[in-house]
Design a protein around this ligand. Structure first.
Ligand code: FMN
Length: 308
């Protein structure tokens, strides 16, 4: 799996540095995990990210979509008409929101891809719109395709443009600071995804769990804040919810499940996460998701303040 230059993914490691605080202050009889899987409501804490603006029915996408509600990410191409077509296709296919990836005005330097001369397969959804065939490159074809097609001038005013081509709510994916969260609210987004693109864009990007609270505080409950990156266990979901995320999203676990066992594999990944979350909630004295609070975790910052 390719990452940014030095393949530094701090997401999982840093998540381990956040402790769950053992609390059994109430009866946990009838503890229930998330009622269902989906996206964008306060009671549904797990979403799946459908990468690459691909909405066409190929078997992998159908398997993933059948296993759980998937969320599609959109990139802004130099050719705005292509982005507009993809957005409108999403609307027609019943997607409830558009998630604009804002951390990829250009692709990070993925050295493993360059070394392996990664091939960029022609995404079905881009057939007739953009071709990966024409891209000449002696390193990563994906990097060459991205350089040729992605719009490096992407900026906040593009939210206005996106709004002009869709009536769906727009979320931005790739926010890592309070400043960007505030800016995103100013331009009227419907939600924020704290994401570092799975640490695939730039080495030394912060682990998303470590900046989640900063963003949550800046947003002040006005719009939903979601998070992705390094979510591998139910305990990771619990930590993210305790730190104020409305939902978590998973990327690679879905791909692994899909690669191993197709639709069944994706379902198993989701079931395992649900079971693990339920157990964590039960052992933390939280009968429902709403009972998970900030006091259920201790961060590095809390530990530091304790020592003062
Ligand atoms: C193979 C692969 C392809 C990805 N492609 C995209 C993409 O096209 N657009 C995007 O916004 N994010 C993309 N991502 C990042 C994911 O959307 C997500 O932010 C990240 O995978 C979450 O971290 P996790 O994999 O640790 O769960 C990709 C991730 C992977 C692993």
């Amino acid at each position: 799996m390719e990452e940014a230059a030095d393949e530094i993914d701090r997401g999982s490691r840093l998540a381990e540095e956040i402790d769950r605080r053992w609390r059994l202050t109430r009866s946990i009889e009838g503890t229930s995990g998330p009622p269902c899987i989906g996206l964008l409501t306060t009671e549904i804490p797990l979403g799946m990210i459908k990468n690459r603006d691909n909405l066409s029915p190929n078997c992998r996408e159908v398997a993933t979509a059948r296993a759980a509600a998937a969320c599609n990410t959109i990139m802004v191409y130099k050719r705005r008409d292509v982005t507009a077509v993809l957005v409108q296709r999403a609307e027609r296919n019943g997607f409830k929101a558009i998630m604009l990836t804002v951390d990829t005005p250009r692709l990070g330097r993925r050295e493993a891809d360059i070394k392996n001369k990664m091939i960029a397969p022609q995404p079905k959804n881009l057939e007739g719109l953009l071709s990966t065939e024409a891209v000449s490159d002696n390193g990563s074809k994906l990097a060459a395709f991205a350089a040729e097609t992605l719009d490096p001038s992407l900026c906040w005013k593009d939210i206005d443009w996106l709004r002009s081509v869709t009536s769906l709510p727009i979320l931005v994916k790739g926010v890592l600071t309070a400043e960007d969260a505030i800016k995103a609210m100013e331009v009227g987004v419907a939600g924020i995804v704290v994401s570092n693109h799975g640490a695939r864009q730039l080495d030394y990007s912060p682990a998303t769990i470590t900046v989640l609270e900063e963003v949550v505080r800046a947003v002040g409950g006005k719009i939903p804040v979601l998070i992705d990156g390094g979510v591998r266990r139910g305990t990771d979901i619990f930590k993210a919810l305790a730190l104020g995320a409305q939902a978590v999203m998973i990327g690679r676990p879905v791909l692994y499940g899909l690669a191993a066992k197709g639709e069944y594999g994706v379902r198993r990944v989701i079931e395992m996460l649900k079971d693990e979350l339920e157990l964590t909630m039960a052992l933390s004295g939280c009968p429902t998701v709403k009972d998970i609070t900030r006091s259920h975790v201790r961060t590095e910052c809390d530990r530091f303040n304790c020592r003062l």
